[in-house]
Design a protein around this ligand. Structure first.
Ligand code: F6P
Length: 547
């Protein structure tokens, strides 16, 4: 069954929200906090290790009520059921969207084209388990009999960003294997990795859902050539494995069919971390931790699927994002994790969020008349405070920001952690309250400034505050909690796509550039430039004459 198809703008709740926005746009959060001391209890959610405080938003209970009505009117409940049950909701590619099945229990019954997919999923999971254990414990060896010390994941987009993010995030749980990532077609990227590794002790994981991606195939070929300078063709089988849906292409590349970890077309590239694309993660932290990551994601799936909208974390965060994007006109959202381990979370979610919801045609095939996909960006705190926070505090743009912090640090250094977390709490407080003229003047009074200096400096030192934030305070960065966090944002993407009435699971927008790059490559290789726009022609000529 296709997803429900409703233009959100014609719903009665959208109209009510527009009227409500006119009342709320000038509302002061500070005032709302002063008027209702129970605001944080009313506007926060507790679930497992998560406390999600969304009280620091420019919302009232009425706002949330209307946003939830909107979710009802676009039939979000039905859409959620379809999403989990294997309906072909990726209609433009005629596919189900079942990354959630990859973390479902073995006993689940999830049907695609009349067949339960769980036995296949668990067969691949068992293969990952056996393989990773053999590599980690040195049972599998390289072509000279040495145990593996390094893993190189060769992939791009979803076949790189997810594993790279999770390997970095779970470094605390890592074993002795050093995991490297080659993604860019830039030859310098691969060379920098090759400098660090020894062919005798390195295992290469070629991850590509389609096995047709130019970057991945070029990097894999370059690496195989480099490997064959020290080894024979036969040795390739010991050192190269692949993760793909395209068994034929993998075999054509020369990888032993026993070394293929299959995936399925109902796993979207940007949601494939939970499939065999996570092999590098399982190698880095062991299968048990990889499985915990999946279990955490699954717990969040259950929460999302079974919890009323009022208490539902992904639904709540998605609705808040709609509120700012479609009513306040906010263009971007920031994501600030207060742990260096999550330094790759924002780049990873950039693909998830922007490749999914960067669409302008609705599910009826018509151009949308409202804003869709938010721009997402971020860096860990406290580094980001010293980089771009000025703009969030005092710039002209409204940037709703998610702060993600942990109660307990992993190495237990209390001094550092208390300093880190005091910044975490201080930032959301500062963004809420700002600093008014009389507070600034009181500071000036202590500094003995002349009246002239004080008068000049005053407007620069005022912070308007009233900047919206969500605070996700999580117990600690365990594999389970990371899984739950990523799953939360995956479901937020889904909810927003349903409300915006767009198809979130295709990515036609990345195709045109790929096609043009192929024809320009022929021109560069032959030296014969075909007609282009005048700018592209000038640039190509310059490149060819100067190279
Ligand atoms: O960027 C487009 C895209 O298709 C992504 O959706 C995908 O994650 C990436 O390319 C890599 O694709 P593949 O895993 O097939 O190599």
């Amino acid at each position: 069954m296709p997803l429900p198809n409703t233009n959100p703008e014609i719903t009665s709740s959208w109209k009510k929200l527009s009227a409500h926005f006119a009342e709320m746009q000038g509302a002061s959060m500070k005032k709302m906090f002063a008027e209702d001391i129970s605001r944080p209890e009313k506007l926060s959610l507790e679930w497992n290790d998560f406390l999600v405080d969304y009280s620091k938003n420019i919302i009232s209970e009425e706002t949330m009520h209307l946003l939830r009505q909107l979710a009802e009117e676009v039939k979000l409940r039905d859409a959620i059921a379809q999403y989990f049950s294997g309906d072909a909701i990726n209609q433009t590619e005629n596919r189900a969207v079942l990354h959630t099945a990859l973390r479902a229990p073995e006993s689940a019954n999830i049907m695609v084209d009349g067949e339960n997919v769980m036995p296949e999923i668990y067969a691949v999971k068992n293969k990952i388990k056996t393989f990773t254990e053999e590599v980690i414990h040195g049972k599998r060896k390289g072509f000279t009999g040495k145990t593996f010390t390094d893993i190189v994941n060769i992939g791009i987009g979803g076949s790189d960003l997810g594993p790279a993010m999770a390997v970095e995030a779970l470094k605390f749980y890592a074993n002795h294997l050093a995991v490297h990532f080659v993604s860019n077609i830039d030859g310098d990227h691969v060379q920098e990795i090759l400098k660090k590794i020894n062919p005798e002790t390195t295992l290469f994981v070629v991850a590509s859902k389609t096995f047709t991606t130019q970057e991945t195939l070029t990097n894999a070929e370059t690496i195989r050539e480099w490997f064959l300078k020290s080894a024979t063709q036969q040795d390739v089988a010991k050192h190269f494995v692949a993760v793909s849906t395209n068994i034929q292409k993998v075999t054509d590349f020369g990888i032993d069919p026993h070394n293929i970890f299959p995936m399925w077309d109902w796993v979207g590239g940007r949601f494939s971390l939970w499939s065999a694309v996570g092999l590098s993660v399982a190698l880095a932290v062991g299968f048990e931790n990889f499985d915990k990551l999946l279990k955490g994601a699954q717990a969040m799936d259950d929460h999302f699927k079974n919890t009323d909208f009022e208490k539902n974390i992904p639904v709540t965060l998605a609705l808040l994002s709609i509120w700012y994007n479609n009513f306040f006109g906010a263009e971007s959202e920031a994501l600030i994790p207060y742990t260096q381990y999550l330094q790759k979370l924002a780049p990873y979610l950039q693909q998830g969020i922007m490749e999914s919801n960067g669409k302008s045609i609705d599910r009826a095939g018509n151009p949308v008349s409202y804003q869709t996909g938010t721009i997402i960006w971020g860096e860990p705190g406290t580094n980001s405070q010293h980089a771009f926070f000025q703009l969030i505090h005092q710039g002209t743009k409204l940037i709703p920001t998610d702060f993600i912090g942990f109660v307990k640090p992993l190495y237990g250094n209390e001094d550092h952690h208390n300093k880190l977390m005091s910044n975490f709490f201080a930032q959301t407080e500062a963004l809420l309250n700002g600093k008014n003229e009389s507070q600034v003047q009181a500071e000036f009074a202590k500094q003995n400034l002349s009246a002239e200096q004080a008068g000049f400096l005053l407007p620069f030192k005022v912070f308007n505050g009233n900047k919206p934030t969500n605070t996700l305070l999580i117990q600690s960065l365990t594999p389970e909690n990371l899984g739950a966090l990523v799953s939360l944002y995956e479901h937020k993407i889904f909810v927003q796509g349903v409300i915006w009435n767009i198809f979130s699971y295709d990515q036609w927008g990345v195709e045109l550039g790929k096609q043009l790059a192929n024809s320009i490559l022929d021109e560069i290789n032959s030296g014969e430039i075909k007609p282009h726009d005048a700018s592209t022609e000038m640039l190509l000529k310059h490149f060819l004459t100067q190279k």
